[in-house]
Design a protein around this ligand. Sequence first.
Ligand code: RP5
Length: 161
Amino acid sequence: MTDHPLVGIIMGSASDWETMRHAADMLAELGVPHESKVISAHRTPQRLYDYAMQAEIRGLKVIIAGAGGAAHLPGMTASMTHLPVLGVPVESKALKGMDSLLSIVQMPGGVPVGTLAIGKPGAKNAGLLAAAILATHDALLAERLKKWRAAQTEAVAINPE
Ligand code: RP5
């Protein structure tokens, strides 16, 4: 799904895809056009600058940024665009994602990043949250989102076995 993406999913390394694919899967399930790119704040700073500065003019409405360790990607992206940036702390080997979480969540006042949970749940919820943001101006998407939530509720059995 790459035609006129509304959500840009970016990640610091291809190794983050195993986590970030859950954001992409969620958006695909809800029919939200999106794109996924590897952009590193440290290894490809020019790519980050170009992406963040062009995001609005390209028609993106929300950016989901995932990174691990010294996870500066979401914050640096947010510093260069007024679009909502959702940050996903990728689970790191050394510190289990606590480093990623703290790097992403502790933004200075004035440059917000909406920080999600560490790992897969955070990526999945970033997809849902991006869809919820878009759904405030898209009645059909709002209906799909409500149906998805209702189906989730329906799937929870009352008996544990
Ligand atoms: C971060 O370093 C990336 O977001 C990734 O989570 C982590 C490790 O990257 P690789 O060494 O696997 O490329 O920048």
